[in-house]
Design a protein around this ligand. Structure first.
Ligand code: B12
Length: 219
């Protein structure tokens, strides 16, 4: 089987919500294919497909949940491999991350959190449905450098703005780098709400996080 066949197989298994198959295929491919390529080349296209089918009414919430389960089974195998790869790097900064208030989508946020860890960041993942005050409270508690907020829906992205407004109101705006991302978010939105950075993908988010931190430290 070529790498392409393997990735297509993983994509299909996730679209069908077949968690046994998605886990087995990922396990089999781990020797030869890099974990990030599996995520980007097989798993993310699957979620795109699932989203498209949901949009046009071909599938409903239960199928989206089954695809999520199949995704999670695959991630259970991939995450330790990815973290292993980053273990040798010393701590370069601290990030508080979460999905914004009322948003329960966590798959993308989890990838960003994992990749930040592999890049050497200490990551405090607050989970989903996180209010602005919780983001800021945790950032204060752990003396974070970066607050990273994920929003996947048009109805939840405004809560990213909430974080910035709370920071300004608390006199803390300059203390933290605020990074935003997630399905519907773009650079224009990030500029509009006054975020410091935006990442279209998790990889891009990590690059931007490192760049902003190094700039802040005068590097
Ligand atoms: C899986 C899924 C679910 C699962 C989530 C399970 C979970 N544990 O996460 C479940 C079934 C629970 C769900 C529920 C709902 N969902 Co939903 N869901 C999806 C789906 C199919 C995939 C999302 C996903 O995981 N994508 C894969 C990841 C890897 O991509 P990503 O999240 O964009 O993340 C990448 C980047 O954006 C970036 N990134 C993400 N976060 C961050 C943060 C930072 C700081 C940075 C730098 C980068 C970054 O990095 C990631 C990797 O590169 C999408 C369709 C789609 N195309 O996105 C719909 C989708 C997001 N859902 C949608 C909807 C409408 C809903 C519901 C309202 C449905 C309902 N009727 O109840 C509920 C809402 C629940 C809520 N309150 O949040 C709509 C949103 C429409 C919109 N534009 O607002 C979508 C787009 C489907 C559609 N086409 O209609 N959903």
């Amino acid at each position: 089987m070529t790498e392409d066949d393997i990735l297509k197989g993983i994509e299909e298994a996730i679209v069908r919500g077949d968690k046994e198959r998605s886990a087995r295929l990922v396990e089999e491919s781990l020797g030869g294919v890099d974990p990030l390529s599996i995520i980007q080349g097989g798993m993310m296209p699957a979620m795109e497909k699932v989203g498209d089918r949901f949009s046009c009414g071909e599938i409903y919430l239960p199928e989206m949940l089954m695809a999520t389960e199949a995704w999670n089974e695959a991630m259970k195998l991939l995450k330790p491999k990815m973290l292993e790869a980053g273990e040798s790097i010393g701590k370069i900064g601290t990030v508080v991350i979460g999905a914004v208030q009322t948003d329960v989508h966590e798959i993308g946020k989890n990838i960003v959190a994992t990749l930040l860890s592999t890049a050497g960041f200490e990551v405090h993942d607050l989970g989903i449905d996180i209010s602005a005050s919780k983001f800021i409270g945790k950032a204060e508690e752990v003396d974070a450098d970066i607050i990273a907020a994920s929003a996947i829906m048009t109805t939840t992205m405004t809560y990213q703005r909430d974080i910035l407004e709370h920071l300004v109101a608390g006199g803390l705006r300059d203390k933290y780098i605020v990074l935003v991302g997630g399905g519907v978010v773009n650079q224009k939105w990030a500029d509009e709400i006054g975020a410091d950075g935006y990442g279209e993908t998790a990889v891009e988010g990590v690059r931007v996080a490192k760049e902003l931190l190094s700039r802040r430290r005068g590097g």
